[in-house]
Write a new protein. Structure first.
Lengths: 452, 452
């Protein structure tokens, strides 16, 4: 079977919903040989499609050459073309993502926008898809990259043939078959001379790794493609088992999730199950060994992730949302000894004034005479003002922070205590002059602050 | 932590049942650096052990040099040593297994024999184990070999640390750490200059593949070891799901197993589940696509494996043992039109004698006058005799077969039909002269035989 025949048979088998009528496609065309062959195959098969090309401006004149080339392709096949320019380097800097990831995100985001334009892809269509030219060697390279970087079963399924509104009908074809087709049909294409790190690694697999392996494992490409098919099914079964175990292990009560310690201690595949469960609560894989240690810790031991805390409470590990656990305002009653909150913990003690004042930023010594309970522990807000210790006139906190040369994140992390709407202490920074200990002070409230 | 410390901590963690008392070990020592370090570590840790060395005679004088060297090691550490010689090449030829597989089989078989010798390993011991020196790079190489040859999840767990009576306590250690330990402790060892195909592939991974990969994936060794740990747990969960699906899919009735076609048609991971179920009935992985086709075949369609047949019967695929399906004796009643049996199938038709006798070995034309129903279809047995067509005196079948120059397997496959204890037809070979069609014959029973 030649490429055009196997392409059409593959379409029927793997994408039976992609038909010549009621379907319109948006072909992603870089100008490379894969995408040119994709265009030619869909053209010859008589499909209705448009072309989209991204100019990422990553390769200077070469990027513009590619754009021009894809324009001529659109003319040649008489298809409408969309072109978008991206300042990829700048966006990557702002978003703090790699060039490859940035380009990938921009590309699929724009494609989806195009697909949602009523004018070109009316909602009366039965089907509309973005089509990319990924082929068998791309999926092998993805498998290999994941495998050598380290992965679970989720990294072994290669590039999906269909997810959401994207289809990849060339995944069955090897690179050499695609190039052979292009040559046999006198197609022109452009070569990408870039050396982005991912391309670099992919080139290594293509030019060095696979030829080398073929000496020892002559059928290595086919073997890896078969692996991918098997691992896809393994992943389906794995996911079934994870879901069953999750049901057994995780019990929801309101906003909290309970996991029985005894069951966790003896469950097979403990680490994997903890990871599969906890990643949904923003925990990272590297935290899992610490979570395992929690199982044998004393009650109260805990670990935090971005959105959730997991803590040991007698016979359970309990997962609780951090925002729920720490309200943004906490009332402190007379006699409270310890208070935990998002920013840390406070310890309160009452003492006689013996003339010794501890002067560290983590401790506040306050005259009890002017304090009115309950005190309120809260984050600072715009408009807050106080009388910084040593000053007789009030000062806006915002202004005070500038004087203190605080960074944005330092400011955001600041908490304060107020008494009857007067600020008493900006934690870790300065007490209010109105509550300072005088020679006449009899009783002192000492508050010790510990950062998280 | 140096190697001896991490070795001891690894022993405690992964092999808590291996203690210095009540445990006796049999160390497999080739003389290579891994096994020499194994001896040194167990010696320094104060364990009770003996040494076993196989001389596979695969490398001429070098094999004998290794044997001599391991003897000096046993003397040095004052441990008892067992040495066994194997004519590996010859055994591999007879058993038709590769040299590596043969050596592996011989080795573990002999080790187990040693472990079962009451004199050296009395049953009063709490624990006794064979210990091999496999290390982290061995398990990485095994993972890679399976991966590139093509594998399911079962090929991704590396070398097991403990199975049956074998433990492998050095799996945690990388080759370079073992060599560094040997050098630091002034240990001597021998190098294996062999180039058996598996060694050849392992050398490729060690000397070419991994150093090459490290340029692109600096932590590749650690990543692969972590993969192995994760894949072990994935395999546990995968097996849970397979077992659950098997319960849903497979219903036993007597000797037969029923699988509902409708359920199979829509079950996720169809191919993998069919393979996991059918491999227990001697089917091979390459037969699975054919089994999938059976789902949409007409009733009666079937596929055979060595011990079982799977056939479509209305809404089920039915797995049935071949030996059970075909009894060794089948009664053929007057009027039976078709008979299926292990050796093939028979078609019966009755006709008037019009003087045309078909003379092919697959067809018997018999005079009905002398036939007594039911006929008996059975395999031949020692002592059987008949009157071969054209002969007037009886002949033992065994003798007849010699004249016919039948091979053993041809003889074993032979079936015959008898009528009232007289042999009527040796299927596919010769009818009995007493039942041949004569000019006077009126009615003929025509039997057509079709091999399986």
């Amino acid at each position: 079977m030649n490429l055009i025949e196997s392409f059409q048979s593959q379409l029927q088998q793997a994408f039976p919903y992609v038909s010549k009528i009621h379907t319109k496609l948006l072909l992603a065309v870089s100008g490379g040989v894969d995408s040119i062959v994709l265009v030619d195959l869909f053209y010859k098969a008589g499909f209705d499609f448009m072309i989209a090309h991204c100019n990422f401006h990553l390769r200077g004149e070469e990027s513009n050459r590619d754009e021009m080339f894809v324009k001529t392709i659109a003319e040649l096949y008489q298809k409408e073309i969309f072109i978008q320019h991206f300042d990829t380097v700048k966006i990557a800097e702002v978003e703090k993502t790699s060039i490859e990831e940035t380009a990938r995100n921009l590309r699929y985001h724009w494609f989806t926008e195009l697909l949602n334009e009523e004018r070109n892809f009316p909602s009366s269509l039965q089907n509309k898809f973005i089509v990319t030219a990924h082929h068998a060697n791309d999926t092998i390279e993805t498998l290999l990259m994941n495998f050598f970087r380290g992965t679970g079963i989720g990294g072994l399924h290669g590039i999906p043939a269909h997810n959401e509104n994207i289809i990849r009908p060339l995944l069955f074809a090897k690179r050499e078959a695609i190039i052979a087709y292009a040559k046999a049909n006198n197609l022109n294409w452009v070569e990408d001379s870039s050396n982005q790190s991912e391309t670099y690694t992919r080139n290594f697999f293509r030019l060095n790794f696979l030829p080398n392996m073929q000496e020892y494992f002559p059928k290595v490409e086919g073997n890896l493609l078969n692996n991918i098919e098997r691992f896809k099914e393994v992943e389906i079964l794995y996911t079934q088992a994870v879901d069953l175990n999750r049901k057994k292990l995780l019990q929801q009560k309101g906003n909290e999730f309970f996991m029985p310690v005894l069951l966790l201690q003896k469950i097979p595949a403990q680490q994997t199950l903890l990871w599969e469960i906890l990643k949904g609560f923003s925990f990272s894989q590297s935290q899992i060994p610490e979570v395992v240690k929690l199982l044998s810790s004393t009650s109260g031991a805990y670990m935090d992730a971005q959105t959730h805390r997991i803590f040991k409470n007698r016979n359970h590990l309990i997962i609780t949302p951090l925002a729920e656990r720490f309200s943004q305002q906490i009332l402190i009653n007379e006699g409270d000894k310890n208070v935990s909150f998002e920013g840390g913990s406070l310890k309160f003690s009452l003492m006689q004034n013996d003339g010794n004042i501890e002067k560290t930023s983590a401790i506040a010594m306050l005259d009890t005479k002017n304090l009115e309970f309950p005190l309120l522990l809260r984050k600072w807000k715009a408009g807050d003002y106080f009388y910084p210790l040593g000053m007789k006139k009030k000062k806006k906190l915002a202004r005070f922070f500038i004087d203190q040369k605080l960074s944005l994140s330092q400011k955001e992390a600041l908490w304060l205590i107020e008494s009857n709407k007067k600020i008493v202490w900006v934690l870790g920074l300065r007490i209010d002059d109105r509550f300072k200990v005088l020679a006449s002070t009899q009783k002192i409230l000492k508050i010790e602050f510990k950062y998280r």
